[in-house]
Ligand binder design. Structure first.
Ligand code: F6P
Length: 342
Protein backbone atom coordinates (compact mmCIF):
# COMPACT_ATOMS: atom_id res chain seq x y z
CA UNK A 1 0.00 0.00 0.00
CA UNK A 2 1.18 3.56 -0.75
CA UNK A 3 0.19 6.19 1.78
CA UNK A 4 0.38 9.96 1.24
CA UNK A 5 1.04 12.24 4.23
CA UNK A 6 0.44 16.01 4.42
CA UNK A 7 0.51 18.74 7.07
CA UNK A 8 -1.75 21.78 6.59
CA UNK A 9 -2.62 25.07 8.28
CA UNK A 10 -0.52 26.88 10.88
CA UNK A 11 2.40 24.69 11.90
CA UNK A 12 2.86 23.52 15.47
CA UNK A 13 5.44 21.61 17.50
CA UNK A 14 4.88 17.86 17.20
CA UNK A 15 4.05 17.62 13.48
CA UNK A 16 7.34 15.87 12.77
CA UNK A 17 6.73 13.44 15.63
CA UNK A 18 3.45 12.37 13.97
CA UNK A 19 5.14 11.94 10.58
CA UNK A 20 7.93 9.86 12.14
CA UNK A 21 5.50 7.58 14.00
CA UNK A 22 3.31 7.07 10.91
CA UNK A 23 6.31 6.19 8.74
CA UNK A 24 8.19 4.05 11.26
CA UNK A 25 5.19 1.86 12.07
CA UNK A 26 3.94 1.93 8.49
CA UNK A 27 7.25 0.62 7.14
CA UNK A 28 8.30 -1.77 9.89
CA UNK A 29 4.93 -3.25 10.89
CA UNK A 30 2.88 -3.01 7.69
CA UNK A 31 5.47 -2.82 4.91
CA UNK A 32 3.83 0.31 3.45
CA UNK A 33 5.47 2.86 1.15
CA UNK A 34 5.00 6.58 1.65
CA UNK A 35 4.71 9.72 -0.45
CA UNK A 36 5.30 13.07 1.25
CA UNK A 37 2.96 15.77 0.00
CA UNK A 38 4.38 19.26 0.25
CA UNK A 39 2.66 22.30 1.75
CA UNK A 40 -0.71 21.02 2.90
CA UNK A 41 -3.49 20.50 0.34
CA UNK A 42 -1.36 22.32 -2.21
CA UNK A 43 0.71 19.10 -2.47
CA UNK A 44 -1.99 16.72 -3.74
CA UNK A 45 -3.64 19.56 -5.66
CA UNK A 46 -0.49 20.35 -7.67
CA UNK A 47 1.23 16.97 -7.43
CA UNK A 48 4.05 18.34 -5.26
CA UNK A 49 5.71 15.37 -3.61
CA UNK A 50 8.90 14.48 -1.77
CA UNK A 51 10.44 11.16 -0.77
CA UNK A 52 9.26 9.99 2.64
CA UNK A 53 10.73 6.98 4.38
CA UNK A 54 12.53 5.99 7.57
CA UNK A 55 15.64 7.78 6.30
CA UNK A 56 13.87 11.15 5.98
CA UNK A 57 12.45 10.76 9.50
CA UNK A 58 15.77 10.32 11.28
CA UNK A 59 16.35 13.01 13.93
CA UNK A 60 13.04 14.81 13.45
CA UNK A 61 11.29 13.79 16.68
CA UNK A 62 12.40 16.89 18.68
CA UNK A 63 12.28 19.30 15.73
CA UNK A 64 9.57 21.94 15.50
CA UNK A 65 7.85 22.85 12.23
CA UNK A 66 7.18 20.21 9.60
CA UNK A 67 9.55 18.56 7.15
CA UNK A 68 6.66 18.48 4.65
CA UNK A 69 5.96 22.22 4.74
CA UNK A 70 2.50 23.70 5.20
CA UNK A 71 0.02 26.10 3.63
CA UNK A 72 -3.57 27.22 4.02
CA UNK A 73 -4.59 26.01 0.54
CA UNK A 74 -8.29 25.21 0.21
CA UNK A 75 -8.88 22.86 -2.77
CA UNK A 76 -12.61 23.62 -2.64
CA UNK A 77 -11.79 27.21 -3.61
CA UNK A 78 -9.98 26.02 -6.74
CA UNK A 79 -11.84 25.16 -9.95
CA UNK A 80 -11.79 21.37 -10.38
CA UNK A 81 -9.74 21.08 -7.18
CA UNK A 82 -11.23 17.81 -6.00
CA UNK A 83 -10.81 16.11 -9.39
CA UNK A 84 -7.22 17.30 -9.58
CA UNK A 85 -6.51 15.80 -6.17
CA UNK A 86 -8.10 12.48 -7.14
CA UNK A 87 -6.16 12.39 -10.42
CA UNK A 88 -2.85 13.24 -8.73
CA UNK A 89 -3.33 10.59 -6.04
CA UNK A 90 -4.09 8.00 -8.71
CA UNK A 91 -1.07 9.07 -10.81
CA UNK A 92 1.24 8.69 -7.79
CA UNK A 93 -0.31 5.31 -6.95
CA UNK A 94 -1.42 6.62 -3.57
CA UNK A 95 -4.13 4.46 -1.98
CA UNK A 96 -4.76 6.46 1.17
CA UNK A 97 -3.98 9.84 2.73
CA UNK A 98 -3.11 10.90 6.26
CA UNK A 99 -3.95 14.60 6.75
CA UNK A 100 -2.48 16.28 9.82
CA UNK A 101 -4.16 19.60 10.53
CA UNK A 102 -6.61 21.78 12.38
CA UNK A 103 -10.22 22.76 11.72
CA UNK A 104 -9.58 23.91 8.13
CA UNK A 105 -7.29 21.10 6.94
CA UNK A 106 -9.46 18.45 8.57
CA UNK A 107 -12.60 20.22 7.31
CA UNK A 108 -11.28 19.63 3.78
CA UNK A 109 -10.45 16.02 4.74
CA UNK A 110 -14.03 15.56 5.97
CA UNK A 111 -15.46 16.75 2.66
CA UNK A 112 -13.00 14.68 0.61
CA UNK A 113 -13.87 11.57 2.64
CA UNK A 114 -17.53 12.16 1.73
CA UNK A 115 -16.43 12.35 -1.91
CA UNK A 116 -14.74 8.96 -1.80
CA UNK A 117 -11.12 9.79 -0.92
CA UNK A 118 -9.65 7.34 1.62
CA UNK A 119 -8.37 9.72 4.26
CA UNK A 120 -7.55 9.60 7.97
CA UNK A 121 -7.11 12.76 10.05
CA UNK A 122 -4.76 13.70 12.87
CA UNK A 123 -5.74 16.80 14.89
CA UNK A 124 -3.15 19.51 15.52
CA UNK A 125 -3.33 23.09 16.64
CA UNK A 126 -1.72 25.13 19.37
CA UNK A 127 -5.19 26.64 19.95
CA UNK A 128 -6.58 23.29 21.27
CA UNK A 129 -9.98 24.20 19.85
CA UNK A 130 -10.86 20.97 18.01
CA UNK A 131 -13.86 19.15 19.40
CA UNK A 132 -13.71 15.38 19.69
CA UNK A 133 -10.28 15.29 21.32
CA UNK A 134 -9.35 16.29 24.87
CA UNK A 135 -6.11 17.86 23.64
CA UNK A 136 -4.35 18.58 20.39
CA UNK A 137 -0.56 18.41 20.27
CA UNK A 138 1.25 21.75 20.07
CA UNK A 139 -0.98 23.22 22.75
CA UNK A 140 1.16 22.09 25.67
CA UNK A 141 4.28 23.56 24.09
CA UNK A 142 2.53 26.89 23.43
CA UNK A 143 1.24 27.04 27.01
CA UNK A 144 4.71 26.34 28.39
CA UNK A 145 6.26 29.06 26.23
CA UNK A 146 3.57 31.56 27.28
CA UNK A 147 3.90 30.60 30.96
CA UNK A 148 7.66 31.05 30.84
CA UNK A 149 7.14 34.49 29.30
CA UNK A 150 4.63 35.46 32.01
CA UNK A 151 7.06 34.33 34.75
CA UNK A 152 9.73 36.56 33.24
CA UNK A 153 7.38 39.50 32.81
CA UNK A 154 6.37 39.41 36.49
CA UNK A 155 9.85 40.40 37.65
CA UNK A 156 10.36 43.25 35.21
CA UNK A 157 6.80 44.53 35.79
CA UNK A 158 7.45 44.61 39.56
CA UNK A 159 10.73 46.49 39.15
CA UNK A 160 9.08 49.26 37.16
CA UNK A 161 5.60 49.24 38.76
CA UNK A 162 4.11 48.72 35.32
CA UNK A 163 1.18 46.90 33.87
CA UNK A 164 2.23 44.25 31.37
CA UNK A 165 -0.28 43.03 28.83
CA UNK A 166 0.64 39.70 27.21
CA UNK A 167 -1.08 38.92 23.90
CA UNK A 168 -1.21 35.20 23.09
CA UNK A 169 -2.63 33.26 20.15
CA UNK A 170 -6.23 32.06 20.12
CA UNK A 171 -8.48 33.23 17.34
CA UNK A 172 -11.80 31.79 18.59
CA UNK A 173 -10.80 29.98 21.77
CA UNK A 174 -8.99 31.21 24.86
CA UNK A 175 -7.35 27.95 25.91
CA UNK A 176 -3.76 29.19 25.69
CA UNK A 177 -4.61 32.39 27.59
CA UNK A 178 -6.55 30.50 30.24
CA UNK A 179 -3.98 27.77 30.89
CA UNK A 180 -0.95 30.05 30.75
CA UNK A 181 -2.77 32.74 32.74
CA UNK A 182 -3.61 30.30 35.54
CA UNK A 183 -0.13 28.74 35.46
CA UNK A 184 1.55 32.16 35.42
CA UNK A 185 -0.63 33.83 38.06
CA UNK A 186 -2.12 36.51 35.81
CA UNK A 187 -4.21 39.34 37.29
CA UNK A 188 -6.76 38.92 34.51
CA UNK A 189 -7.27 36.64 31.53
CA UNK A 190 -9.32 37.95 28.60
CA UNK A 191 -10.60 35.42 26.08
CA UNK A 192 -12.73 35.47 22.91
CA UNK A 193 -15.55 33.51 24.57
CA UNK A 194 -16.13 36.15 27.29
CA UNK A 195 -16.23 39.76 26.02
CA UNK A 196 -14.44 41.99 28.53
CA UNK A 197 -15.48 45.21 30.22
CA UNK A 198 -12.58 47.66 30.07
CA UNK A 199 -13.78 49.40 33.27
CA UNK A 200 -13.60 46.09 35.13
CA UNK A 201 -10.15 45.35 33.71
CA UNK A 202 -8.94 48.75 34.94
CA UNK A 203 -10.47 48.06 38.38
CA UNK A 204 -8.50 44.78 38.51
CA UNK A 205 -5.35 46.68 37.58
CA UNK A 206 -5.91 49.21 40.40
CA UNK A 207 -6.67 46.41 42.87
CA UNK A 208 -3.45 44.63 41.98
CA UNK A 209 -1.34 47.75 42.50
CA UNK A 210 -2.93 48.21 45.95
CA UNK A 211 -1.38 44.88 47.02
CA UNK A 212 2.04 46.29 45.98
CA UNK A 213 2.29 43.90 43.04
CA UNK A 214 2.24 44.70 39.35
CA UNK A 215 -0.56 43.34 37.19
CA UNK A 216 -0.04 40.97 34.28
CA UNK A 217 -3.02 40.86 31.91
CA UNK A 218 -3.11 37.90 29.51
CA UNK A 219 -5.26 38.48 26.43
CA UNK A 220 -6.11 36.18 23.52
CA UNK A 221 -5.64 37.76 20.10
CA UNK A 222 -9.37 37.20 19.43
CA UNK A 223 -10.69 38.80 22.66
CA UNK A 224 -13.29 41.57 22.21
CA UNK A 225 -14.76 44.26 24.48
CA UNK A 226 -18.38 43.99 25.65
CA UNK A 227 -19.50 47.20 24.00
CA UNK A 228 -18.79 45.59 20.66
CA UNK A 229 -16.10 48.17 19.85
CA UNK A 230 -13.25 46.63 17.94
CA UNK A 231 -9.88 46.76 19.71
CA UNK A 232 -8.34 44.23 17.37
CA UNK A 233 -6.26 45.51 14.51
CA UNK A 234 -7.11 43.63 11.37
CA UNK A 235 -4.90 43.83 8.32
CA UNK A 236 -7.81 43.22 5.96
CA UNK A 237 -6.07 40.14 4.60
CA UNK A 238 -8.32 37.07 4.39
CA UNK A 239 -7.00 33.53 3.88
CA UNK A 240 -8.53 30.76 1.70
CA UNK A 241 -10.70 29.67 4.61
CA UNK A 242 -12.08 33.20 5.18
CA UNK A 243 -10.05 34.02 8.32
CA UNK A 244 -8.91 37.60 8.81
CA UNK A 245 -5.47 38.23 10.26
CA UNK A 246 -5.75 39.16 13.92
CA UNK A 247 -3.34 41.10 16.10
CA UNK A 248 -3.10 44.34 17.97
CA UNK A 249 -5.44 43.78 20.91
CA UNK A 250 -2.47 43.82 23.34
CA UNK A 251 -1.25 47.26 22.26
CA UNK A 252 -4.75 48.71 22.20
CA UNK A 253 -5.52 47.35 25.64
CA UNK A 254 -2.24 48.59 27.13
CA UNK A 255 -2.77 52.15 25.89
CA UNK A 256 -6.40 52.14 27.07
CA UNK A 257 -5.34 50.94 30.54
CA UNK A 258 -2.58 53.55 30.72
CA UNK A 259 -4.96 56.28 29.61
CA UNK A 260 -7.68 55.32 32.11
CA UNK A 261 -5.58 54.41 35.19
CA UNK A 262 -2.55 56.65 34.73
CA UNK A 263 -0.30 53.62 35.29
CA UNK A 264 2.42 52.89 32.78
CA UNK A 265 1.39 49.92 30.65
CA UNK A 266 3.31 47.94 28.02
CA UNK A 267 2.28 45.17 25.68
CA UNK A 268 4.20 42.03 24.71
CA UNK A 269 2.98 40.04 21.71
CA UNK A 270 4.20 36.44 21.87
CA UNK A 271 3.04 35.65 18.33
CA UNK A 272 4.73 32.87 16.41
CA UNK A 273 7.26 32.22 19.17
CA UNK A 274 4.44 30.10 20.64
CA UNK A 275 4.46 27.87 17.57
CA UNK A 276 8.16 27.51 16.96
CA UNK A 277 10.89 25.27 18.27
CA UNK A 278 11.05 21.97 20.04
CA UNK A 279 7.87 20.28 21.34
CA UNK A 280 7.44 19.43 25.01
CA UNK A 281 7.66 15.80 26.09
CA UNK A 282 3.85 15.72 26.38
CA UNK A 283 3.40 16.93 22.81
CA UNK A 284 5.95 14.42 21.49
CA UNK A 285 4.12 11.64 23.38
CA UNK A 286 0.70 12.70 22.12
CA UNK A 287 1.83 13.30 18.55
CA UNK A 288 3.61 9.93 18.45
CA UNK A 289 0.56 8.08 19.74
CA UNK A 290 -1.71 9.87 17.23
CA UNK A 291 0.67 8.82 14.44
CA UNK A 292 0.77 5.19 15.56
CA UNK A 293 -3.04 5.03 15.73
CA UNK A 294 -3.46 6.83 12.39
CA UNK A 295 -1.40 4.30 10.47
CA UNK A 296 -3.30 1.47 12.19
CA UNK A 297 -6.55 3.09 10.99
CA UNK A 298 -5.17 3.11 7.44
CA UNK A 299 -4.09 -0.54 7.72
CA UNK A 300 -7.57 -1.50 8.91
CA UNK A 301 -9.30 0.55 6.21
CA UNK A 302 -10.97 2.70 8.89
CA UNK A 303 -11.19 5.83 6.72
CA UNK A 304 -13.08 9.05 7.42
CA UNK A 305 -11.84 8.94 11.02
CA UNK A 306 -9.86 11.36 13.17
CA UNK A 307 -7.55 10.36 16.01
CA UNK A 308 -8.67 11.67 19.41
CA UNK A 309 -7.30 11.71 22.94
CA UNK A 310 -10.01 10.62 25.37
CA UNK A 311 -8.62 10.55 28.87
CA UNK A 312 -5.39 8.62 28.35
CA UNK A 313 -6.66 6.54 25.43
CA UNK A 314 -6.24 7.31 21.74
CA UNK A 315 -9.56 6.63 20.05
CA UNK A 316 -10.96 7.13 16.55
CA UNK A 317 -13.93 9.42 16.00
CA UNK A 318 -15.67 10.26 12.71
CA UNK A 319 -13.86 13.16 11.00
CA UNK A 320 -17.19 14.97 10.79
CA UNK A 321 -17.52 14.82 14.58
CA UNK A 322 -14.05 16.23 15.14
CA UNK A 323 -14.61 19.18 12.81
CA UNK A 324 -18.32 19.89 13.39
CA UNK A 325 -17.78 22.62 15.95
CA UNK A 326 -15.01 24.34 17.84
CA UNK A 327 -14.22 23.44 21.42
CA UNK A 328 -14.52 26.65 23.45
CA UNK A 329 -13.79 27.61 27.05
CA UNK A 330 -17.00 27.19 29.08
CA UNK A 331 -18.24 29.87 31.51
CA UNK A 332 -17.52 27.42 34.38
CA UNK A 333 -13.90 26.92 33.33
CA UNK A 334 -13.46 30.68 33.00
CA UNK A 335 -15.04 31.25 36.44
CA UNK A 336 -12.37 29.03 38.03
CA UNK A 337 -9.66 31.39 36.83
CA UNK A 338 -11.61 34.50 37.89
CA UNK A 339 -11.04 33.63 41.56
CA UNK A 340 -7.46 34.85 41.05
CA UNK A 341 -8.20 38.03 39.13
CA UNK A 342 -7.15 41.35 40.66
O1 F6P B 1 -4.32 28.26 13.84
C1 F6P B 1 -3.59 28.56 14.96
C2 F6P B 1 -3.16 29.97 15.03
O2 F6P B 1 -2.10 29.88 15.90
C3 F6P B 1 -4.19 31.02 15.47
O3 F6P B 1 -4.28 31.18 16.86
C4 F6P B 1 -3.69 32.26 14.81
O4 F6P B 1 -4.73 33.20 14.59
C5 F6P B 1 -3.16 31.77 13.54
O5 F6P B 1 -2.68 30.46 13.79
C6 F6P B 1 -2.09 32.64 12.95
O6 F6P B 1 -1.37 31.93 12.01
P1 F6P B 1 -0.61 32.56 10.76
O7 F6P B 1 0.17 33.70 11.27
O8 F6P B 1 0.23 31.44 10.26
O9 F6P B 1 -1.65 32.99 9.78
Amino acid sequence: MRVGVLTGGGDCPGLNAVIRAVVRKGVTVHGFEFVGYRDGWKGPLEGLTMPLGVEQCRGILPRGGTILGSSRTNPFKVDGGVERIKDNLAAAGVDALIAIGGEDTLGVATQLADLGVDVVGVPKTIDNDLSGTDFTFGFDTAVNIATDAIDRLHTTAESHHRVLVVEVMGRHAGWIALHAGIAGGASAVLIPEQPFDIDKVCALVEARFQTQYSPIIVVSEGAVPVDGGDMTLVSGEVDAFGHVRLGGIGDRLASEIEHRTGKEARAVVLGHVQRGGTPTAFDRWLATRFGLQAISAVAEGDFGTMMALRGTRIERVPLAEGTAQLKLVSPEEYAEAQVFFG
